[in-house]
Design a protein around this ligand. Structure first.
Ligand SMILES: Cc1cc2nc3c(=O)[nH]c(=O)nc-3n(C[C@H](O)[C@H](O)[C@H](O)COP(=O)(O)O)c2cc1C
Length: 162
């Protein structure tokens, strides 16, 4: 069915529906950058840890691999434009007005949930770097979520909304 094993693996993994996030960090000069990420996974409750995986081909590898403090913004259903934008290095810049510092980490003002993280550990795994963060602050609000499933964006309606 698939001519390339890599393509077949991608296709199999795309059956695992995820949310979509933007991981953000500040550069040395203070400018903020974001990258679209759907590899976010909760790891531990005590202490609170999460991870995401950074591809070694990303033009933003050096920035995010070295960042000690970073934020995660979980995107809501109407924020596909942000996911598209932060998937491209040339549009990674975050303006001051669209971000805020949350527990010391830059996050977007947009989004359904925000997590501030301090890097806890890094592990090379194949062509990705697993970045494990200790969560230093978090918040969430109700709303419909942006999803990524079979390579396409979609939405998950908030099952708790009336
Ligand atoms: C929905 C979606 C999820 C993504 N998830 C990840 C991810 O978990 N890790 C990652 O390194 N890149 C992920 N990417 C790719 C990056 O956002 C980005 O496109 C890639 O690093 C190339 O960026 P560059 O222009 O910096 O090279 C994702 C892209 C999309 C559209």
């Amino acid at each position: 069915m698939d001519d390339q094993p890599e393509q077949a693996f991608r296709r199999a993994m795309s059956a695992f529906a995820t949310g979509v996030t933007v991981v953000s960090a500040a550069r040395a000069d203070g400018r903020m950058s974001g990258i679209t990420v759907n590899s976010l996974t909760s790891v531990s409750l005590q202490p609170r840890l999460l991870l995401w995986c950074l591809g070694d081909q990303s033009e933003r590898y050096d920035l995010f691999a070295a960042a000690e403090t970073w934020g995660v913004t979980v995107l809501s259903a109407g924020e596909q434009d942000l996911a598209l934008r932060f998937a491209r290095a040339e549009r990674e810049g975050i303006d001051d007005g669209e971000a805020e510092i949350f527990f010391g980490a830059p996050v977007l003002r947009a989004g359904l949930a925000h997590l501030a993280c301090r890097t806890h550990d890094r592990r090379l795994a194949g062509d990705h770097l697993i970045i494990i963060g200790e969560v230093t602050g978090f918040r969430a609000k109700p709303g419909d979520a942006l999803t990524f499933y079979r390579g396409l964006y979609g939405r998950a309606d908030d099952p708790r909304s009336t």
